[in-house]
Design a protein around this ligand. Structure first.
Ligand code: GLU
Length: 436
């Protein structure tokens, strides 16, 4: 990877474009193809208005970005977060297009957001926002058009409200219009743990290949939501030593290892969307009664002595400012966009292997694909079938990326982009969007 100039103001989308530009230098694409891969096909925006519990009106900006449908319907989550503006959603939609191509499932890429803070909202208000989102964007959604899913701060319950609103509006039965739904209303077995499981299969492969002993591998995980929490449990179960975890309130560290099952149980019992500061948080040490555990900030967590670092929360956390101080030899990106292009250069020089988001966290959208197939066919797959097929897809994607990295002397991120972009271009050529 060639060093990049520090841009004046880096944003999620400029960071995506920097990586894209670097990969374009290494793969042979026409100007027309590059142009199509550089901007979203459609951007939809609206303002959502709801009545708050106190009777006052509140409005929130909302977006759906449709980056590419060259390989199939747009696919990607909806995020509820105060910082999820259009720029961020564009970047996330682009990553989805590459991600679905890397794992070879028949989707394009899209993403949506409502710029709200769910921690300040009641359950009723959240439901209002979820239904209003569907009313705003319904003409652009559908199983064959654009299929949303959960993302940061959105849950199976929210997916159910969204499907219900869509079915009421369109007077239809539409189980495949959205994925990540609860089991009781068209969900798939294994979807809740899929993002973590997908990344876990890759780690397992790496550990087995190098004949490493998991108990000697110290793991640090940033984020204890759907991806990070499940990953901690999976790795703990497989004998890895989890030395630190965190959530948005802060983190905890114990060089001897933590028990993520206990933390998860505690969080489930006490964590609420509108919980008071630290109640139900992983840093609520007093109430969890944990000994030998030290409280740390999310920034300190990234620089801890460890072998494997798993960012599983938000983007832009491993940057030029802290990349030099990272001890891990391997970074597995369960979050989307956690590492900046500048940090990538530093990590590469240090010999740190980065398994990029578009591969590492693709397990989530892969099981979304299984859910979509089940919704369209009326089938109900067993947990074993989901797990078996997820493993097959994740490992074949990982091997394709590793092969490309090795043969073309690329980092894993560049190789994953190269694999994904080439597949998107193949579809664009086949469809006659560009000359073949
Ligand atoms: N939000 C997840 C992601 O970023 C899942 C998307 C989906 O299942 O469509 O990959």
């Amino acid at each position: 990877m060639t060093p990049t100039k520090t841009s004046k103001k880096s944003t999620p989308y400029t960071r995506f474009q920097t990586t894209l530009g670097e990969v374009f230098e290494k793969i042979d694409l026409s100007a027309a193809e590059r142009k199509l891969l550089s901007e979203p096909q459609a951007i939809h925006r609206d303002t959502i208005t709801i009545k708050k519990d106190d009777g006052k009106k509140a409005t929130y900006p909302a977006f759906r970005v449709q980056f590419s449908n060259a390989r199939g319907p747009y696919k990607g989550g909806i995020r509820f977060h105060p910082e999820a503006d259009l720029d961020e959603v564009k970047a996330l939609a682009a990553l989805m297009a590459i991600k679905t191509a890397v794992v070879g499932i028949p989707f394009g890429g899209g993403k949506g957001s409502v710029q709200c803070d769910p921690k300040d909202l009641s359950k009723r208000e959240l439901q209002e926002i979820s239904r209003a989102y569907i009313r705003a964007f319904a003409p652009h959604l559908g199983a064959d058009i654009d299929c949303p899913a959960p993302d940061v701060n959105t849950t199976p319950e929210i997916m159910a409200w969204m499907r219900d609103e869509y079915e009421k509006m369109t007077k239809s039965y539409a189980p495949a219009m959205i994925t990540g739904k609860p089991l009781a209303y068209g969900g798939s077995l294994g979807r809740d743990t899929a993002t973590a499981r997908g990344g876990f299969f890759i780690l397992q492969e790496l550990v087995e290949r190098d004949a490493l002993d998991p108990s000697e591998l110290r793991v640090v995980i940033q984020g204890f939501g759907n991806a990070g929490g499940h990953m901690a449990e999976l790795l703990h179960g497989a004998g890895f030593t989890i030395v630190a975890v965190s959530d948005s309130h802060g983190g905890i560290y114990n060089a001897e290892g933590l028990d993520p099952v206990r933390i998860e149980k505690y969080k489930r019992k006490n964590g609420t969307v509108a919980g008071e500061y630290c109640t139900g948080s992983v840093c609520d040490l007093e109430r969890m009664k944990m000994d030998g555990v030290q409280r740390i900030t999310n920034e300190e967590l990234l620089e801890l002595p460890c072998d494997i670092l798993i960012p599983a929360a938000l983007d832009n956390v491993i940057t030029e400012a802290n990349a030099k101080k990272i001890h891990a030899k391997l970074i597995l990106e369960l979050a989307n966009g956690p590492t900046t292009p500048e940090a990538d250069v530093i990590l590469e020089k240090k010999g740190v292997k980065v398994i990029p988001d578009v591969l590492a966290n693709a397990g989530g959208v892969t099981v979304s694909y299984f859910e979509w197939v089940q919704g369209r066919s009326g089938e109900q797959w067993t947990a074993e079938r989901v797990d078996h097929d997820l493993k097959r897809i994740m490992l074949s994607a990982f091997r394709a990326v590793r092969r490309t990295a090795y043969r073309e002397k690329m980092t894993y991120r560049e190789a994953a982009f190269a694999v994904g972009l080439r597949r998107i271009v193949e579809a664009m050529r086949a469809r006659g969007w560009v000359e073949s």
